[in-house]
Ligand binder design. Structure first.
Ligand code: SAH
Length: 355
């Protein structure tokens, strides 16, 4: 018997992770692969305690506005990749986007996340104008962008217009894995450069990855954790990979909720102050996935604010939840789900504790 198999070994690693915020690669591997009874509840309990020390019982809500599903990119896993001829395309007008944010503000949102495919229609000037208008209407709300890879000058313009946060998942911190998941005209270097540019400009930055994406190994996940440790993002988006029927990965296995939850807890332990969403993909793979995410150390939820008539078109993966709900229903339902976990949704911008 090696030491790694002795009872309590994995729990000991969680204690070590909690106190040192770090483990060796081998130890991370043991934690990711541990099949001890009750291990996950032990890990989640530690992650929760750390999160409560910093953010108490508060859960921050972000109003997600999926404003375009046109995309010039062709990420192999994504349902709205440009070459998917079956995707029914839409883009919201500036007016629609502003009215979504107005409605969201009334519902208690103080952060708006503008997410979309990489849609050339939305030039820098158009994005700047949208940011300015949202900030004019709601100076006390934060604007987060999630619109992919741009040049530093564009990121700077958006920041100067008032956007303060940017979500750009790194997707995988292993170059050759990245190259498998993306076509040759997309590069690992550029994605990583974008994250550094965003950081240099002064954004609160979110990176992140899918769990269980095709070809992903435990070693890749450890590299993701190393990248997160080194980059120290303010936010980390982690969700299971879910196949989309119109992609080459249609028949691949989805990622598991269990592994996603484990990673949420680990990330909470290595970066105690991080803003960590319980994602829609987690809620899709497991009906109570988002509640479990909160219990595993997540402290952000992102209900959808997009108009009802376009909801079912922003399909990155199959069986996405909440595509038929009105924004008001979404927030009511989310608030209820959160309160059942013993936490509470708060009306707040929900900035990173360092800001
Ligand atoms: N165009 C923006 C937004 C991308 S969509 C950008 O490039 O950042 C947001 C995230 O959804 C992606 O970063 C990816 O991690 C995730 N995603 C895409 N396809 C998915 C799938 N099939 N299953 C799970 N998550 C997926």
């Amino acid at each position: 018997m090696t030491e790694s198999r002795s009872p309590g070994y994995c729990r000991g690693l969680v204690d070590k992770l909690e106190s040192e915020k770090n483990l060796s690669d081998e130890e991370f591997s043991s934690v990711l692969l541990c099949d001890d009874h009750d291990f996950d509840s032990y890990l989640a309990e530690k992650a929760r305690a750390v999160r409560e020390k910093i953010y108490g019982k508060d859960v921050f809500i972000r109003g997600l506005i999926e404003f375009t599903n046109y995309c010039k990119n062709n990420c192999r896993y994504c349902g709205i990749r440009g070459e998917n001829k079956n995707a029914v395309r839409y883009r919201l007008s500036e007016e629609d986007i502003i009215s979504c944010s107005d409605k969201g503000y009334e519902l208690g949102f103080r952060t708006f996340v503008l997410q979309g495919g990489e849609d050339p229609y939305f030039t820098d000037d158009r994005i700047v104008s949208i940011i300015r208008k949202i900030k004019e209407h709601h100076p006390d709300a934060a604007v987060t962008l999630s619109i992919g890879e741009k040049e530093k000058e564009s990121y700077q313009k958006f920041f100067d217009a008032g956007a303060e946060r940017y979500l750009l998942r790194h997707e995988t911190a292993d170059r050759s894995h990245y190259e498998k998941l993306h076509p040759g005209n997309m590069s690992y270097e550029h994605r990583m450069q974008c994250l550094r540019d965003l950081r240099d400009i002064g954004y609160q930055v979110g990176c992140g990855m899918m769990v269980g994406s095709p070809y992903q190994t435990t070693e890749h996940l450890i590299k993701d954790l190393r990248f997160i440790q080194e980059f120290k993002p303010e936010m980390v988006g982690i969700g299971p990979f879910i196949p989309h029927h119109d992609t080459e990965y249609a028949d691949c296995q989805p990622g598991s909720a269990e592994m996603t939850l484990r990673l949420l807890s680990i990330v909470r332990l290595i970066l105690p102050e991080v803003l960590l969403p319980a994602t829609t993909a987690l809620g899709t793979i497991d009906a109570s996935g988002r509640e479990k995410g909160i219990i595993a150390g997540a402290n952000v939820v992102m209900p959808n604010l997009s108009p009802k008539n376009v909801r079912d078109k922003y399909l990155l993966y199959d069986n996405k939840i909440c595509t038929g709900d009105e924004a008001a229903e979404c927030i009511r339902c989310m608030t209820m789900k959160v309160s059942k976990t013993g936490y509470r949704v708060v009306v707040s911008r929900g900035d990173h504790i360092s800001r």
